[in-house]
Design a protein around this ligand. Structure first.
Ligand code: CU
Length: 460
C-alpha cells in the first residue's frame, strides 16, 4: 500500500510517467468519429490504468447477508407460505440478501469479517462533477468476499453505475463488456463524472438476481455550481445558472423490492421462477414502514466525505442505534426533517422492477430533474412542473424539490406523509387495518423556522 493521499490529484505528467512515458489509445477508440471523441473525452487506457494504482476514495465489498422485514403474525397471507421469515435466518432477521458494504479504511481482518454481513440498500455515495480546472477522478475499489451461505455459488460481482457516461467501457461493470470481480479478488473503478444529477448503482452479474437480492443503492453527482452563491443558494441539484434547483436539505429516496420466494430460494439452493415475480415487500432506503422512520445507524461524521459512513466496532461490524438492533444491516433512514420555509431536494431512484408512484400529501413537489437531466428544453425552456405524485419506472430517477410550509404552531413538528400510491397492494400483504406493517411509506416532519441546524450530510 502506498502512502499517497486519496485526495491527491495526480498530474497528467505523472500518469505518463507511471505508464512508462507511452500513451496508448484505448482499444477501439481509434474508430470513434472525432465529434463523439470530443464529447466523450475518453481517457487513454494507460491513463486509466495509472489511476488504478492510486488508493481508492471508497472501498466497497460484495457479499451475502441478512436483513429484517416484518414478521408480524398479522402477515398471514398464504402467498408468503413457508418462505418468510426464512428458517435459516439468524435471530432478529428474516431475509437472505446479496449486498455491498463500505469497508474503507478497514484492516484486512476487519474486512474479511464482513463476509455474510452485507447491507441493503447499498451504501450511498456522492461525487463532485469533474472540474477541468482541478482534475480529480473518483476511484471506487470493489472486493468480492464471497457468499458465506452459498460457497457453491462462486458468483462474481461488479459495480455498474446506471445511466453513467463512462470514459471507457472497462469501468462499466456490465460483465460481458467489461470485467467482473470474482471471489477473493479486488478491482478499482475510475469515474470522471461530467453530468450532475441523481443516479443509482448495482451489481450487473446475473443482474435480475443480484439486483433483486439487494446489490443496489443510490449515488449522485454534485454540480460544479455548488459553493457559488446563485439565487440565494449555495447547494444545487444542477448547474442551473439561476438557483432554480437550489436547496437547503437533500434526502435520497431509494426504491427497491423483495420477492420473498426468490430470497428464500437463493438461501435454500433452489432456483426461483422469475416469471412468478411478485413484490411482497416494497422498500424505501432498504426499510419498510414504520422502520423507515427509525434513525440512521450511528454515523462516523469525520469520514463521511463521499458517503454516509456508519460507525463500526473493532471487528469492523456495523454499529446500530439501541432499540433498532434488527436494522443493523439496513442503516439508512427515510425520515425527512426540515424547518418551515426551507427548500428540500428529494432524490428518488428506483431499482425495483415495478413503477413507483410517490405521493407527498399536502405539499406540492417541483420536478426539476429526471434521469440525471435538468428539466430544460433544448432551447433552454424551463420544463419543470409541480405535482403531488411523481411516477418513475425501474432504473429511473427523479429530482423533486418542495418548500416546507409554515409550521402550524401546534406540537414540535407538523407531519406530512410521503408514500407509494400502490400502498394498499404493497403493504407487505398485511391484512386490512394492519397498516402498521406497511411498505413504502415515510414522513416529512416540518419544524418551526430555525429549529434544526443546517444540514451537512444528505439524509441527516
Ligand atoms: Cu453481484
Amino acid at each position: 500500500m502506498t502512502n499517497r493521499s486519496a485526495n491527491q490529484s495526480p498530474s497528467r505528467r505523472r500518469f505518463f510517467k507511471m505508464a512508462g512515458g507511452v500513451t496508448v489509445a484505448a482499444a477501439g477508440m481509434g474508430i470513434v468519429p472525432y465529434p463523439l471523441k470530443k464529447l466523450l473525452g475518453p481517457v487513454s487506457m494507460s491513463e486509466a490504468r495509472a489511476q488504478t494504482a492510486y488508493p481508492p476514495d471508497l472501498f466497497y465489498a460484495g457479499t451475502d447477508g441478512w436483513i429484517s422485514l416484518p414478521k408480524s403474525p398479522s402477515i398471514t397471507s398464504p402467498a408468503l407460505g413457508l418462505v418468510h421469515p426464512d428458517v435459516l435466518a439468524p435471530p432478529l432477521f428474516s431475509t437472505y440478501i446479496f449486498g455491498f458494504r463500505n469497508v474503507t479504511g478497514m484492516t484486512d481482518t476487519q474486512r474479511a469479517n464482513q463476509k455474510n454481513k452485507a447491507q441493503h440498500s447499498a451504501p450511498m455515495f456522492w461525487v463532485n462533477q469533474f472540474n477541468p480546472a482541478a482534475p480529480k477522478d473518483f476511484r471506487l475499489q470493489l472486493t468480492n468476499l464471497g457468499l458465506a451461505l452459498r460457497p457453491d455459488l462462486f458468483d462474481a460481482h461488479t459495480i455498474h453505475w446506471h445511466g453513467f457516461r463512462n470514459v471507457i467501457t472497462f469501468f462499466d461493470g456490465e460483465p460481458t463488456g467489461s470485467v467482473a470481480v470474482t471471489a477473493g479478488r479486488t478491482f478499482q473503478y475510475v469515474y470522471r463524472p461530467r453530468d450532475p444529477g441523481t443516479y443509482m448503482f448495482h451489481c450487473h452479474v446475473e443482474d435480475v438476481e443480484h439486483v433483486h437480492m439487494g446489490m443496489n443503492g443510490p449515488v449522485f453527482v454534485r454540480p460544479l455550481q455548488n459553493g457559488q452563491a446563485v439565487g440565494g443558494f449555495t447547494k444545487f441539484a444542477y448547474n442551473d445558472g439561476n438557483g432554480a434547483t437550489g436547496y437547503h436539505r437533500e434526502f435520497a429516496m431509494f426504491c427497491s423490492e423483495v420477492w420473498a420466494d426468490s430470497h428464500w430460494a437463493d438461501a435454500h439452493i433452489q432456483l426461483p421462477e422469475w416469471s412468478d415475480y411478485r413484490a411482497d415487500f416494497v422498500l424505501l432506503n432498504g426499510r419498510v414502514y414504520p422502520d423507515t422512520l427509525a434513525p440512521n445507524s450511528p454515523l462516523n461524521l469525520a469520514s463521511s466525505t463521499n458517503s454516509l459512513n456508519v460507525q463500526t466496532d473493532q471487528n469492523g461490524d456495523l454499529m446500530v442505534t439501541p432499540g433498532f438492533e434488527h436494522l443493523q444491516f439496513q442503516p439508512l433512514s427515510a425520515l425527512v426533517t426540515c424547518n418551515a420555509g426551507e427548500r428540500v431536494l428529494l432524490r428518488f431512484a428506483n431499482l425495483g422492477f415495478r413503477e413507483s408512484a410517490m405521493t407527498l400529501t399536502g405539499i406540492k413537489m417541483k420536478i426539476v430533474g429526471k434521469d440525471a437531466t435538468p428539466m430544460k428544453g433544448r432551447d433552454g425552456t424551463d420544463t419543470s412542473y409541480e405535482a403531488s405524485t411523481v411516477s418513475f419506472g425501474a432504473g429511473e430517477s427523479v429530482d423533486a424539490i418542495f418548500i416546507a410550509p409554515a409550521h402550524s404552531g401546534t406540537g414540535a413538528y407538523d407531519t406530512y406523509v410521503l408514500y407509494d400510491r400502490a400502498y394498499e397492494r404493497s403493504n407487505n400483504l398485511a391484512a386490512a387495518g394492519t397498516a402498521k406493517y406497511g411498505g413504502r411509506r415515510t414522513e416529512v416532519r416540518v419544524y418551526p423556522v430555525g429549529t434544526l441546524p443546517s444540514q451537512t450530510l444528505p439524509n441527516t
